[in-house]
Write a protein that binds this ligand. Sequence first.
Ligand code: PMP
Length: 354
Amino acid sequence: MGDWRKNIRTVEPYVPGEQPKYEDMIKLNTNENPYPPAPGVEKVLKSMETGDFRLYPKPDARELVDALAAEYGVPAEQVFVGVGSDDVLGMAFLTCFCGDKEILFPDITYSFYPVWADLFRIPYKRPALDENFRIKKEDYFVPNGGIVIANPNAPTSIALPLADIEEIVKHNPDSVVIIDEAYVDFGGESALPLVEKYDNLLVVQTFSKSRSMAGMRIGFAIGNRELIDAMYAVRNSYNSYTMNMPSILCGVEAVKDRAYFDKTRTAIMETREDTAKKLTALGFTVLPSATNFLFAAHESVPAEELFAMLREKHIYVRYFKQPGIQNYLRITIGTPEQMERFVAEVEQYLADRI
Ligand code: PMP
């Protein structure tokens, strides 16, 4: 037996929600958008010449970067694009958290953060949320090697007011503060306007939720130019062509269609409020959501039991067997019809169970 194993990197990977495929299934487990992408996406995809795929894509993903810069009112030099926000966040961790001090992120948040920290050997500390699942801003007013906050947070769905985010950024001039805004378009306040004021702020967003393009894998970050240059230097030391041609061109179409973006995200927010009301009436505690999902616990029926019951019926929601949240289900908002069926199944189960 050789000894090569001692040179292997061993890591505990992030495990995404399952992707089952059944005709009749209602998939509310990975926070995807139930509506198709903007109509322009299909048009541009159909117009593509496959012969063009012979060539490498533009390494700077110019068209997409320009479209994002125009939409968010920043110079193109302040925009970084990547293969979903997971890629962008991974690159941001690798670029921005190179000190010896511990980085900070909440104990209950996106479970990929500790995975990147472990992979890149970044020490970290996880301040606890308060008893209402809220981030306590004061926990981030201590010396640290960097901060990452999902706002709105996942899986809690709760948004922190922008004034609190600003205080955290202001208190930490010696650290990069990453705000992961994967869900911000469903009712949160974006920190993008603060980028001009604070050079230590990096705002990360994705096309996977509000732009219905999880399968295309597009994410982006906006920050001051020096920070973005540093991220591209790291990215280009690893892989210069992360963005493929269809993603670049389809991404542009999604960004351009503001009316469609507003229509679909508004529909989701309306369905969310309606579903929250119905679940509350059925005995659930539903946390106040500024996202495209609900985080809810029933007063008497364990979440794991509801999760298993729904799964049997091919309705998939997310359950985290994690201390502090093991009685909660994370339920992605689908179409009104999908949510009606979900609520009806839960209602029936609760009625039969007594
Ligand atoms: N941040 C948060 C908080 C998320 O929940 C997700 C979705 N898993 C992501 C980032 C990454 O999404 P994507 O890579 O599809 O942009």
